[in-house]
Design a protein around this ligand. Structure first.
Ligand code: ADP
Ligand code: MG
Length: 250
């Protein structure tokens, strides 16, 4: 498939239809409290299968808490969270999270770090995932010799190796320099177009949100205060960036 065809066949064009292999997410009237502190409240959010959603908001507004709630790492104090039509109950094998720090194990090789992400530590799949992020030639090295951007690519490979249906990103590009960030954005977009997972990206960078997502929600005072569709912003500029990336970097 050319990049143009892939964009035309974009999963979010068919809002949640069965051709997408992504998971649908439904949050109903959810609250998350830590003792007397209410972090999220009266939060409703439906994410169609295959959508790329960005969550923006000020530091401390509850973005990471929302992501952890979707990941099954946090319990709702009230309301419900359903993932793929099933009530959320802990971390699922088809849901993966990528954090700002790569969280690689320093005593394991790059390849072995990726193998952690897949059942049985499947070597061939891990190598394939490293190839997807352009790091197959670094498989035998230690994480410590990689740059920050390369470490994030390894974390991305580890998140992708099990072919998840929902991928949650918590400011994954926050610590990277501007150029590396753009490369990573293009990589994430390409993988999303190819793999058709549902993506939720938490970021405080509004321009990054608009560059990547179909839809941007703003979290304020523990709830979603704005919900904006940005799918029309995707064409042209995206398309050329995409092609450029494929031909010049991969
Ligand atoms: P963001 O990611 O938007 O910066 P967070 O979701 O990390 O915000 O945090 C929102 C608020 O919830 C902060 O005030 C934070 O201190 C608080 N918080 C997050 N996790 C916990 C926890 N496990 N226990 C107590 N307070 C928490
Ligand atoms: Mg956070």
């Amino acid at each position: 498939l050319s990049s143009r065809e892939m964009i035309d066949r974009h999963p979010a064009d068919s809002q949640g239809d069965s051709s997408s292999r992504g998971l649908r997410v439904d949050v109903r009237d959810a609250a998350v409290r830590f003792g007397s502190l209410t972090v999220l409240q009266e939060l409703d959010l439906s994410i169609p299968a295959g959508q790329f959603l960005a969550v923006v908001g000020r530091s401390g507004c509850g973005k990471s808490t929302l992501l952890r709630l979707l990941a099954g790492l946090e319990q709702a104090s009230q309301g419900s969270v359903s993932i793929g039509g099933a009530a959320s109950a802990g971390l699922r094998s088809d849901v993966r999270v990528m954090f700002q720090d790569a969280r690689l194990l320093p005593w394991k090789s790059v390849l072995d770090n990726v193998r952690i992400g897949v059942e049985g530590g499947d070597r061939a799949k891990a190598l394939e995932a490293l190839e997807l992020v352009g790091l197959a030639d670094r498989a035998k090295e230690w994480p410590s010799v990689l740059s920050g951007g390369q470490r994030q690519r390894v974390a991305l490979a580890r998140a992708l190796v099990s072919d998840p249906s929902l991928l949650l990103f918590d400011e994954p590009l926050g610590a990277l320099d501007a150029l590396t960030r753009i490369e990573m954005q293009q990589l994430i977009e390409r993988l999303w177009l190819e793999r058709k997972f549902t993506a939720v990206l938490v970021t405080h960078d509004v321009s990054e949100a608009v560059a990547l997502a179909d839809r941007v929600v703003l979290v304020e005072q523990g709830t979603i205060s704005q919900d904006i569709t940005v799918s029309l912003a995707r064409p042209r500029e995206k398309d050329s960036g995409f092609t450029h990336y494929e031909s010049s970097i991969l």
